[in-house]
Design a protein around this ligand. Structure first.
Ligand code: SF4
Ligand code: SF4
Length: 203
């Protein structure tokens, strides 16, 4: 049986994503970063995703597509999975355009995943064990930061900790008391598409 986000968790996912967009925009504006005219397109970056919540939210969007369009995306996703497996087998980092990207644009923009929404600007994160991490942002952002801030750590950064905690809470509520029965996941977006919507594992 499909694992679906109940309405109250859909609302919370949207609130988390909205807060993330606001945090991103504030930092990007302060630094002067935009993706306009960028020679890169980050949608070919190799990212893995770890929550059933984001998988289910992605499928909320996919399920609204007309069948022919979904079939086209599924075919691209299969090809992506094949190419990424080849790259990993050759001990190289996969670099293939996301199956949801067409002509440089995300076709499921409102259902894209958290890393798609946060990649680019510098970010900070405190792990549950108290370890503090700072991520420098994309290559273009790093160029801008190094030109304007010395040391670069003085540049503003998006604080991810509270948002990730909220996502963890959504995940716990979604999986509920049976969450120990759910295997841990490490999936690319293409794998989330090819495998179909997440399924229940708690009987
Ligand atoms: S996130 Fe950075 S590297 Fe990626 S498209 Fe935007 S500006 Fe370019
Ligand atoms: S889901 Fe959208 S934003 Fe994220 S990598 Fe794919 S095309 Fe890009």
């Amino acid at each position: 049986m499909e694992l679906k986000l109940p309405p109250e968790l859909v609302v919370e996912m949207e609130a988390i994503y909205t807060a993330m967009a606001a945090g991103y925009d504030t930092v990007a504006e302060a630094i002067g970063l935009t993706c306009d005219q960028c020679p890169d397109n980050c949608c070919d970056s190799w990212f893995l995703h770890y929550t059933y919540s984001e998988w289910a939210y992605l499928w909320l969007g996919l399920a609204q597509l007309d069948p022919a369009r979904l079939e086209t995306i599924c075919q691209r996703a299969s090809e992506y999975v094949h190419l990424s497996q080849q790259a990993l087998a050759a001990d190289t980092r996969p670099q293939t355009m996301c199956p949801l990207n067409e002509a440089g644009r995300c076709q499921l923009y409102h259902h894209r995943l958290m890393i798609c929404r946060s990649h680019g600007v510098p970010a900070t994160l405190t792990s549950p064990n108290g370890r503090r991490q700072r991520f420098p942002g994309c290559f273009r952002c790093q160029e801008m930061v190094h030109a304007r801030y010395s040391p670069p750590e003085l540049a503003p950064a998006m604080e991810r900790t509270a948002l990730l905690r909220r996502l963890v809470q959504v995940e716990q509520q979604l999986l509920g008391a049976g969450r120990a029965q759910y295997p841990k996941i490490r999936l690319s977006i293409a794998e989330m598409i090819v495998q179909g919507p997440p399924q229940r594992h708690d009987g």
